[in-house]
Structures are given as C-alpha cells and as structure tokens.
Write a protein that binds this ligand. Structure first.
Ligand code: ADP
Length: 630
C-alpha cells in the first residue's frame, strides 16, 4: 500500500490546523455536517431531473455515533458519496475550496478565531482526531473505497465494502493532554449542544442514539422500581428555521420566542421585520427593534452585528458589516444562499452580495421605524427613549453624511405641546410668517422653559424645540436646514423676527446709549464681545446670547470633555432697555462709576447663572449683592 503525499498547500494548512490552539475546535462538527448535507442535496437535485432516482425524504439523514470505548466519533450520511477519484481530488487537495487563500490572508492575524468563524472544511476533523477514515460509495457505483490519513504525512486509498451509497467518516479522537480535553467530543450532551448551536437548521435530520434510563415495565406492584437502560434514535436538529417559514404561518408570539431563544435580548421586542428577498440578492432575515437599551449599549464594549448564516449554517455571530452604526441597536439574523461558507472576514467586507444585503436591510429598518412613528406613536416614543440618542449621533457622525436617512426619525420636546414632535410635524404647523425652526438648549426642560432668551419667540406664538441632550445642537448643526427651513437658536444674534412696530426703544437706545454699552464692555474686561440693547427680552432684565458658530451650550459641552481645547463662544450681554434696571444703569453712568461697575458685574453674573454657567468668583458676587442691600 503506497502512501500518497498531500499537495504542498494542503500540508501547510493541515499543519497549521493541527498545531494551533483552537478556541473553537467544536466547529469541526459543523464542517462535516455541512459536507454531508451538501452531499444529500446533490442526490436531491439529481432526483429532480432523473426519474431513475427516487428521492424518498425518509432515506436521507446524517447519523452521529460516539463510541467512548474505542474513542471514535462516526458521521454517516446517505448522500451522493465519492468515487476513488473524488476521494483523491476532494480530500487530497484543498486549494480549490478557497480555504487556502483564506489561510494566507489571515496567517499573521488572530488566525484561530477566524477559523472558528469561517469554513475550513473537511480538514477541521484533524483538530480533534489523530486519524480519519473515510469510507464512501458513490451513487451509481457498485464499489466502495476507503481513504485514511493521520494528518500531514499523507493518505492511503484502498477498496472497501459498503452496502449503501453514501459516506461514513470515522474520527479517531485524540487522547487528552494536560491542556486539552478531547473526551468532550465523545459526550452525548456536548455533541448535541454543538449540533444545536451551528447546525440546527440543516434541512435533513441529524440523528443520534440517545441513551436513557427508564423504569422497567413489568415491575411488581409495590416493589422498589427497577430501571433499565435503553437506546433511542432521536433527531436533534429542528430542520426548518423560522425564517424559512411563511410570514402568514407565524404569530407575534413565534417571533418573540425566537428573540428570546436566540438571546437577542431579555426585553419584549417592539417590532420585528421578516424579510424574504428574491431580487438581485436572495436572502432571508429576521430583525428586531428592541424596546430597552442594553446595559452596555452606549459603551465601547457593545458590539453591533447580525448573525450571519450561509444556507442555514451559522458562519458568524456578529456580522458588523450588515448594520450601520446608527442602527446598531437592531438584533437578528440574515441567511443567504449566495454566501460561501468558506469566506474570510476580509473577503466578507468586499463581498458584493453582502453589501447589497446591508443596503437593503438599512432601507428596511428605516421604513419600519418611519411606519412605527406614523402608526404606533407610543411604541416609537419608547424606542426613541432607548435609542434616539444613537440616531442623533448618526446624524452628527460621518460629517453629516447620513442625515438624509435619519432626520425624519428625530423627535424633540416641543414648547407648545409639551411632548415629543418630529421635524415634519413642526414644519407642518409653522405660521406663515415664521422663517426659522427655533430651538433652545439647556440641561432640562424646566430650565429651558425659564430661559429669558425664549421670550420674544414665545410671544410671537412660535414653537420652540427644547434640546436637552448634549448631542442635540451638534446634530442639528449637521442638518442645517430641514425642508428649506433653517434652524435657529433662540440665543443667536439675529432671531429673524421683526420687532413690534410700537417698540422702537431698543433701536433708539442702541444708538443713544452707545457710550454706556461700550463702558460696560470695558468693565467686563473681555468676558463678552459686546453689550447691547436686547430686542428679544420682554420682562427679564438681562441675558447672554452668542454670535458665531459656537453656542454657549456647545461651549459647555466641549469644555466638559477631556482634552478640551478651551473653546469659547462669542458671548453678548443683552440688556432689556424697557426694564427699570436700565434706568439705574444710566443714572450710575452719569454720577457714580463705581456703582456702574457694581451693577455691570451683578448683571453679568446673573446672566451666567441663568445660562447654567459657573460664576468665576461667587464670594465677590455675594458681596456685591450685600453692597446693593445696605
Ligand atoms: P468544501 O466543502 O468547502 O468544498 P471540504 O474540504 O469540506 O471543502 O470538502 C471537499 C470536497 O469533498 C467537497 O466539496 C465534496 O465534494 C467532498 N466531500 C466532503 N465530504 C463529503 C461527503 N460527506 N460526501 C460527499 N462528498 C464529500
């Protein structure tokens, strides 16, 4: 008997497989089961066109048998089998299955992990076995052959006896070592768990002899029950996955059960999406919009992604490429026949099918969320409470590239309705003379409601969006305009509102009291870029506003960040010239410079407090108040 050498490439891969430490050795079973299932598929397709072959479903299955005494694990299938030549070419070379190019790409990286996630084929058997014997009889052949190998050395092929068409693979399981336990691959419960994990949805039954104990039937009444062992053949896989079923066959409860079975979350999902696409790319998917935020959602630890199946076989737990970051909350799975099992992570990124699927999924999620917003407002608001922040990050991220996808999904608290409104709803009820979409920022709704800057806009009867999330104003700056309306902060220099015709005082004082305002600015020593007569204040004496791109709210957020670059908003101190305080200022300016300084500092510090900004010297501030009192 002449031992044949493996082709050079095969030898390298084999050595790598055998010598590396695999965290996921268990995937050998997935690989062998997938091969067996493919082999049965081949008979099935032949039977479709060849009347001489009867395809009787009951005859086609995979059987797994563990023999602890002899340390063998046997996988027998009733598939199409292999001829001598096929044993030689299929099991003697592996380059053609794509495994080799995959190996080269990943050799220096976290190779063992990737091997766990992607197909490596038949050779995975050598991760757990030191000898593999394959006996096969091809369809239409009276002869059978036996292929055997102990790994890198090579293999032998000899004639053999096999009654039925199909393939039987015997793995001689390695002995345990100090570090590695191989016994587990002879344990019934362990094998069953591996099949469930990776191969639950293989179309054909995967059978195992399950041993059990039962009370003896003929035990005498009243006597201690006697037990007997029995062996029963069971099918361990569920075969038809829920995503292959018709939507009409399934209830909400079915989808919910799948969500929990898969441990996508512990909550009750708000919405499921069942996709069955037969267009440019063929795939099925079940996606979920969860209700509550996972505890690690807004941390670095959170990993987005969907489970990826290739034709019913799990190839990846979390395929990140299937979800944009702004929809990272979506859970679920995708199954496509167009994806190869032997695909590396790098190849996956450039896979055209996968890109198409991802694009499809993105659109589907968007339209689902939009209809949730339209038809199930309460549920949408629940969703928004959990994940709205992520959508806003999405608008802001990537230089605003995704704002078109996301802007219709945003909600903000409204001054008018005291509840969340969409931008669309805001625009729809804008009075005709209103030119801008107004917003006010602050740490809470209660605080914003009291901001003096909102006075003029509210008096006009215009609605104001309340921004309480630190990302809000940044996100809005990325959107800039929505349906041709520009966003405007109530604290911005020009509000775009014509002052009341009967109130020309600010205008007049701006010119008439120019010297006073300049003097006040000097007294504040560069803390503000301007002091001016306010056109927006009605009852409050004073407020701070900003000129330029950076608002005071944004300054607050940026300066709270680590490594902040000490950015400052251009602040303007606005004085209400209709307020009696203005008269006091004027009088002080005429008679008593010290008093003017005192009043100016007080007003400035008050404006800071209203804005929620810290005052530089609180002791001086309280002393100043006392000076006014005595
Ligand atoms: P891949 O499955 O990716 O092609 P493998 O190394 O797993 O690579 O298998 C190589 C080839 O061997 C398969 O393509 C198939 O033709 C053949 N083969 C493997 N297992 C079986 C089996 N149980 N029955 C019939 N053919 C098989």
């Amino acid at each position: 008997m002449v031992k044949q050498e493996f082709k050079a490439e095969s030898k390298r891969l084999l050595e790598m497989m055998i010598n590396s430490i695999y965290t996921q050795r268990e995937i050998f079973l997935r690989e062998l089961i997938s091969n067996a299932s493919d082999a049965i598929d081949k008979i099935y397709y032949k039977a479709l066109t060849d009347d001489n072959i009867a395809f009787n479903a009951a005859d086609y299955f995979v059987k797994i048998t563990a023999d602890k005494e002899n340390r063998t694990l046997t996988l027998a299938d009733t598939g199409i089998g292999m001829t001598r030549e096929e044993l030689e070419t299929n099991l003697g070379v592996i380059a053609k299955s794509g495994s080799l190019s995959f190996k080269k790409e990943n050799e220096s990286k976290d190779g063992h992990n990737i091997i766990g996630q992607f197909g490596v084929g038949f050779y995975a058997a050598f991760m757990v076995a030191d000898r593999v014997t394959v006996t096969s009889r091809a369809l239409g052949s009276a002869e059978a052959f036996q292929w055997e190998s102990e790994g890198a050395d090579g293999y032998t092929i000899v004639p053999a006896d096999k009654a039925a068409v199909g393939t039987e693979i015997v793995l001689h399981i390695k002995p345990n070592t100090e570090d590695d336990n191989y016994d587990e691959f002879l344990e019934e419960y362990r094998l069953r768990a591996i099949v469930k994990k990776y191969s639950d949805f293989i179309r054909y039954p995967i059978k195992m002899d399950i041993k059990g104990q039962r009370p003896k039937a003929d035990a005498a009444e009243g006597a201690e029950p006697e037990f007997e062992s029995y062996v029963e053949e069971q099918t361990i896989n569920s075969m038809v996955p829920i995503w292959r079923k018709n939507k009409s066959e399934l209830t909400d409860a079915d989808y919910e059960q799948f969500y929990h079975e898969k441990r996508y979350g512990f909550d009750k999902p708000l919405k499921h999406i069942h996709i069955s696409a037969d267009g440019a790319v063929v795939y099925r998917a079940i996606l979920y919009v969860p209700e509550s935020t996972p505890f690690d959602y807004y941390t670095k630890e959170f990993e987005k992604g969907l489970e990826l199946y290739s034709n019913g076989v799990l190839i990846m737990d979390k395929c990140a490429d299937l979800l944009p970051d702004y929809f990272s909350f979506v859970k679920g799975m995708v199954d496509s026949e167009d994806l190869s099992l032997n695909i590396s992570r790098e190849m996956l990124q450039h896979d055209r099918q996968l890109t198409l699927i991802a694009k499809n999924i993105k659109n589907k999620i968007k339209s689902t969320l939009l209809s949730l917003l339209k038809d199930e407002r309460d549920n949408y608001e629940k969703f928004y409470k959990s994940f709205g922040r992520q959508l806003k990050f999405g608008v802001y991220g990537d230089y605003g590239m995704n704002k078109d996808v996301l802007q219709d999904l945003l909600l903000f608290h409204s001054s008018k309705e005291n509840k969340l409104v969409s931008l669309d709803e805001y625009i729809a009820r804008m009075p005709e003379d209103q030119k801008f979409i107004y917003y006010a920022s602050g740490s809470s709704i209660e605080r914003i409601e009291k901001l003096p800057q909102t006075e003029l806009v509210s008096d006009k009867g215009y609605e104001i969006l309340y921004f309480t999330d630190d990302i809000d104003e940044f996100a809005i700056k990325s959107i800039m305009t929505y349906k041709e309306k520009t966003f405007k902060s109530v604290s911005s220099g020009d509000l775009g509102i014509e002052p009341d015709a009967d109130d020309d005082k600010p205008e007049a004082e701006e010119a008439g009291s120019k010297a006073l305002f300049e003097q006040m600015q000097t007294l504040l020593g560069g803390k503000v870029t301007k002091v001016k007569a306010s056109k927006r204040l009605k009852s409050h004496p004073v407020c701070l506003t900003s000129e330029g791109e950076l608002s005071i709210e944004m300054e607050k957020i940026l300066s709270a960040m680590p490594n902040n670059e000490n950015v400052h908003a251009e602040k303007v101190l606005e004085i209400n010239v209709n307020h009696p305080v203005f008269q006091s200022l004027k009088e002080a300016a005429e008679k008593d410079n010290e008093k003017l300084n005192l009043y100016t500092q007080l007003l400035y510090n008050q404006a800071l407090l209203i804005e929620g900004l810290p005052i530089q010297d609180p002791v001086a501030f309280t002393n100043d108040i006392c000076k006014v009192m005595v």
